[in-house]
Design a protein around this ligand. Structure first.
Ligand code: TYD
Ligand code: MG
Length: 455
């Protein structure tokens, strides 16, 4: 076989597209001069076989001889953030914080560093704003003179060189999209740059035991801009989001090597920075005292915490054609199934009706404990009869019309009682053995029974 028959492939440094033919411009992303022969790129942390991993020295040990480090955690100064992280910041871990522009990422992290001053060695690297802008924000947060290392730098090698001799315990990079490595020719924010900078920072974090927060921009689709591999590299991926009304800010984990991913931290943006919301139920239930038809209060669980939210339904005669099932904050496939159960086992047909469901406040309820609330709200709207205002509900609805138990029953009842609800409809199997708070428990076995009781 002659040499000329050997197949060569080229890969774009921007978008990773592979092509058989070299060209000046990448056909996939349109970048110029980015195609390189695969196997020829051996520089940098991600390129080439010579690249070292970052999880520690290479030496084979017996598993039982591996030292059991106690996971060292740093309290962030925000209980809400600690909760989402699984109990604080793990030393040497890398946390990617994504969110829309203006949501408060820089504010949150600066506030965190300010709260920790004097306790930890910390450095804030700004690639997005000038040092003066950072100082102005600190002033707004009431701490213009915070004892906090700041540097405006975007070359990752320079940043690491600055930190090498005396690494901090905590490092904030704002943002990863502004960083670049001098080893690569592509622009900051390009896939190859994000991967290279991410890999260098992750390796630094593990080798020097530095916890690093990386701020990441999100695309219009709501995911962190750049290659998915960035999310794979880091230990934790957090998303900072807001409710449609913009009052409430929520942080949730999309990935966490050191904790559960279903916890949510609640904040609100005030004039002098973010405030923690300790009682999210009160925020979600800011509704008029007079209950309207179609409105039901659901006790849902977000991680280890119970939260009360209002589920609203609007049921209306469809304007011909297929009836519409539209949900915001709930699963729409599940709604179709629940309406079929309602028809079959409670003898109420909404099958020719448009059904709209909304969870007020922008929370995404993913648990089946919302089934009962969704159906009671729909029935209430259909009959145009309001439910008692002091009533809360939870429970899963099964395909044979039975009410199935859900986890955290007692905690849910306790939260409803704490928020002043006097009655609660729940599945029989969730009925507590003894009374909880001042809440009357109406334990029912079936959907039909629950509809009768709520009427
Ligand atoms: P910022 O933290 O810069 O958001 P991000 O880094 O995610 O882009 O901005 C937060 C927004 O909140 C900005 O529009 C200004 C506002 N803000 C307040 O309302 N109060 C404050 O104390 C601060 C610092 C900002
Ligand atoms: Mg910012």
């Amino acid at each position: 076989m002659s040499v000329s028959k050997l197949k060569k492939t080229y890969q774009c440094a921007e978008c990773d597209a592979k092509v058989a033919q070299w060209a000046g411009q990448c056909g996939a992303c349109g970048a110029w001069n980015t195609l390189r022969e695969v196997g020829m790129v051996a520089r940098g942390a991600t390129g080439g076989r010579g690249a070292r991993g970052y999880a520690g020295e290479s030496r084979i040990q017996l598993l039982r001889e591996v030292g059991q480090d106690v996971e060292l955690r740093i309290a962030s100064g925000f209980e809400e953030l600690d909760r989402v992280l699984g109990g604080g910041i793990v030393a040497g871990s890398v946390i990617l914080l994504g969110g829309d522009p203006g949501i408060g990422k820089s504010t949150l992290l600066l506030q965190m560093l300010i709260r920790l001053q004097g306790h930890q060695r910390m450095v804030y690297v700004t690639g997005e704003e000038s040092l003066q802008q950072v100082r102005m924000r600190a002033q707004r947060l009431g701490e213009a003179d915070a004892a906090l290392g700041v540097v405006a730098e975007t070359e990752v090698e320079s940043i690491l060189a600055l930190l090498e001799s005396d690494p901090p315990a905590l490092l904030v990079i704002d943002s990863i999209q502004t960083l670049y490595s001098r080893e690569l020719s592509s622009a900051p924010g390009a896939a190859a740059q994000l991967r290279e900078c991410g890999a260098l920072l992750v390796r630094f974090a593990k080798q020097r035991n530095v916890a690093i927060f990386l701020v990441g921009h999100v695309t219009k689709e709501g995911v962190i801009a750049g290659p998915r591999v960035l999310e794979h590299m880091v230990d934790t991926v957090l998303y900072f989001e807001s409710d449609p009304a913009g009052r409430l800010r929520m942080i949730r984990a999309a990935k966490n090597r050191f904790g559960a991913v279903n916890e949510i931290g609640f904040f609100s943006m005030a004039n002098s920075g973010l405030k923690e919301v300790r009682n999210p139920s009160a925020m979600f239930l800011a509704r008029s005292a007079q209950a309207a038809p179609g409105s039901v209060v659901l006790v849902t669980r977000e991680g280890t915490r119970s939260v009360l939210v209002e589920v609203q339904a609007l049921v209306d005669r469809g304007g011909g054609g297929a009836p519409r099932r539209v949900t915001v904050g709930l699963e729409s496939n599940r709604l179709a199934m629940l309406l079929a159960v309602l028809h079959r086992h409670a003898d109420l047909s909404l099958l020719d009706q448009d059904v709209f469901l909304n969870v007020v406040g922008g929370l995404q309820v993913r648990e089946t404990a919302a089934d009962l609330a969704a159906l009671l709200a729909a029935v209430s709207s259909f009959r145009n009869r309001a439910l008692p205002s002091e009533l809360a509900v939870f429970g899963e609805v099964g395909l044979s019309g039975e009410l199935r138990p859900v986890s955290g029953g007692e905690e849910r009842i306790a939260e409803a009682a704490k928020q002043g609800f006097q009655r609660i409809i729940l599945p029989q199997a969730n009925a507590p053995r003894k009374k909880i708070g001042g809440c009357e428990v109406l334990a029912v076995a079936s959907l039909a029974e629950a509809i009768e009781l709520s009427d």
